[in-house]
Design a protein. Sequence first.
Lengths: 315, 262
Amino acid sequence: MSDVLAVVDHRRGSLRDVSYELVTAGRELAGGDELHVAVVSGDVDRFAEKLDLDGVDAIHTVDYGEEFNHDVYLQAVEQLYADLEPGVVLLPNSVNGLDYAPAVANSLSLPLVTDAIAFDTDDGLDVTREMYGSKVETTIEVDAEPVVVTVRGGEWPAAEANGGADVVPFDVDIDESAVRSTVTGFEEVGGGDVDITDADVLVSVGRGIGEEENLDLVFDLAEALDATVSSSRPIVDNGWLPKNRQVGQSGKVVTPDVYLAIGISGAVQHVAGMKGAETIVAINTDPNAPIFDIADYGVVDDLFDVVPALIEAFE
Amino acid sequence: MKILVTVKEVAEVEDDFEIDGTSISESSLEYDLNEWDDYAVEAAVQIAEAGDDVEVVAVTIGPERSEETIRMALAKGVDRAVRVWDDAFEDVDLLDVESKTDVLAAVAAEEDPDLVLTGVQAADDSFGATGVSLADELGFEWAAVVNDLELGEDTASVRRELEGGVEELTEVELPAVFTIQTGINEPRYASLRGIRQAQRKEIAATGLGDLGLDASVVESDLRLTEMYEPESESDVTLFEGDAEATAAELATVLREKGVGAE
Ligand SMILES: Cc1cc2nc3c(=O)[nH]c(=O)nc-3n(C[C@H](O)[C@H](O)[C@H](O)COP(=O)(O)OP(=O)(O)OC[C@H]3O[C@@H](n4cnc5c(N)ncnc54)[C@H](O)[C@@H]3O)c2cc1C
Ligand SMILES: Nc1ncnc2c1ncn2[C@@H]1O[C@H](COP(=O)(O)O)[C@@H](O)[C@H]1O
């Protein structure tokens, strides 16, 4: 295909998993051409050692600042782009990726495809991405080069092994007056007495429950099953359950023996937090709900009929 | 102060749906205000209610049908709306981020807002990108995935919701674009009075020409060429029958997995 520039993600001293996956995706896109990996800010030399992976041709280190700042990343990527002239700028579809990838694309006047889950490079570039909350997949044909693409985490395997890539310190010229936001700290949220990551069995409730008072039904089931109650995001957004019950990308990652998803559609950000469960059981009225794509057992029916019957079966 | 809120009417797919070429057949779609934009509207209206002389203007790119949805935003306290549409939009399968950015930026140029709020993502095509792209186009500062916002004189203090229950605390110079995350507030229901008042509020139908743009703004290097139902990754065992029967089957499986054993 063409040279690829992939920019990795890190936070508070660690490379995030998607960084290693980005290398695999980047190698796939580059084909016989070069894969350039860049790491911006933080302990770049230590990061560079970890990024010396199979398929990486060069690692560009941008030693400027500690944590992610989109104004710094934007300028660094613009300058790397001018220097390397890649055909694809490959960025993670993480929260920070989405905080600068669109600015990179707009500023360089390049088309932008976000949240890629697969590529086809046989005849130009085709990107697979989902729509309508994962209910359908689509193919986006990219009729131009260069292009900016962001990749979803967890879709490509992490790159491993030693590559023997060159580490090239990149001399960046950051215009400080264009850095108009400052990170002042981080805070962990979602603490408290209940630790859903500890539970062997989770009864997890989603928007299908309809009303706050219906949550009683879910707590009754949890009691009958000797399980812990967790939830999808809207339940927490509504203030019906505290943040420490939320499963997903912005909540907790759980790996119970059994995960019972009740009235949960299975949006990607939810699945990110529970796909590692041993056994997944789903109750949902929608036969096309994406949760059934990852469930082991399921019932396509109204939770208000099935859950009471299930409680009875356990009493 | 003027706040511009971008709002989109999004299509929700019914349980049973049919794909017709590269789109979902109209009969399987229901329309609603994008969930994330509902929170952005609420954030804007709360700022207006707390301040003096704050105007909230909603902007949408959408067909006439979307006025019903946009009126809901007006009923919740938005002062007026701008709806951009043109024949040129009718034929595009996919309005990409670049096109949306150019159109919304043209509206922003006319309105000259001090603050722009968007949703984190549109629930239908979920690019998750329009707000930040628009910020770059306008030369505004920005923050993506904001779940707390406090406006100061020249800066705003925001929390950005990162992955894994970590929040980033950031000071952002104004003017800025913030992409609003669900849970930042409790979106109100429109009151009867609000709904009545909304009938008298303006939704200015605006063409590309009115904005000094032409049909070339919808041109894109991206083409939507296929749409299909994803293949299942697991071999799900579905239990059928009435609730009593399926619950009994579920109970058997759960007991096998050791659930409920004291
Ligand atoms: C940056 C970002 C981070 C996010 N982080 C998270 C996260 O950490 N966790 C998370 O969960 N989400 C997260 N989300 C939100 C996510 O995109 C979805 O909006 C959310 O997961 C949907 O929750 P849900 O499945 O409960 O609701 P819906 O998607 O509304 O699904 C409700 C389901 O209930 C079913 N249903 C309705 N009535 C019944 C009934 N009577 N019986 C049985 N079934 C019924 C419906 O068929 C539907 O499938 C995030 C989004 C973004 C953009
Ligand atoms: N057609 C549109 N009209 C107005 N605003 C839009 C439109 N599409 C997207 N937006 C805004 O941009 C946000 C992010 O959308 P997207 O980048 O498409 O996921 C949405 O939450 C809206 O606030």
